[in-house]
Unconditional design. Structure first.
Ligand code: AR6
Length: 175
């Protein structure tokens, strides 16, 4: 477990000056609402053009593109699970999003990575559970990613930030 390189901030991920930002996408990778819409809007139509070449992406997996007009060099697109009742592998699929995004970040020599709160908007994953899964998975994976200097959860609103702060504090208390 390694929580020291995880930070929680409130903000707009389209403004992040980092090596890679993560997009909470859908399996088409062709854009949508929420953070996905904001990222496509800020990056410009060249992002959609590259996404069209990727052939979509399965839930829990991830694909990488350039960042185009964004300050971030890369965008890592991952479709999170749609929350049904908790009995459809939602937790494992969500953890797998965080793991696969970090893996792509490492493969592409990214040292700084910013994540949004995957699946807790349109996809209705219960916020506190999603926050626990996110920070635990990141902390476990960072053990094996010495070249990643910093991972931030960029929370759009106060309630989301509180949930991630609480989850991270609980994890630090375990260490
Ligand atoms: N920066 C950071 N976080 C943001 C931003 C932003 N600019 N905009 C919204 N959020 P959602 P999901 C937060 O719904 O639940 C799309 O249509 C938002 O407040 O964007 O994974 C896709 O195409 C929330 O906390 O993603 C898919 O169809 C978090 O980002 C579907 O929605 C995630 O909310 C994916 O749903």
């Amino acid at each position: 477990m390694n929580t020291a390189r995880i930070e929680i901030i409130q903000g707009d991920i389209t403004k992040s000056e980092v090596d890679a930002i993560v997009n909470a996408a859908n399996t088409s990778l062709l854009g949508g609402g929420g953070v996905d819409g904001a990222i496509h809007m800020a990056a410009g139509s060249a992002l959609l053009a590259e996404c069209r070449t990727l052939g979509g992406c399965k839930t829990g997996e991830a694909k990488i593109t350039r960042g185009y007009r964004l300050p971030a060099k890369f965008v890592i697109h991952t479709p999170g699970p749609r929350y049904k009742d908790g009995n459809h592998n939602e937790a494992e699929l969500l953890a797998s999003c965080y793991r696969n995004c970090l893996k792509l970040a490492v493969e592409n020599h990214c040292a700084t990575v910013d994540f949004p709160s995957i699946s807790t908007g349109v996809y209705s994953f219960p916020l506190n559970d999603a926050a626990k899964i996110a920070v635990r998975t990141l902390a476990e994976e960072l053990e094996h990613c010495p070249n990643i200097k910093r991972v931030r959860m960029v929370c759009f609103d106060q309630k989301t930030m509180k949930a991630y702060e609480t989850a991270l504090e609980a994890l630090k208390a375990e260490e």
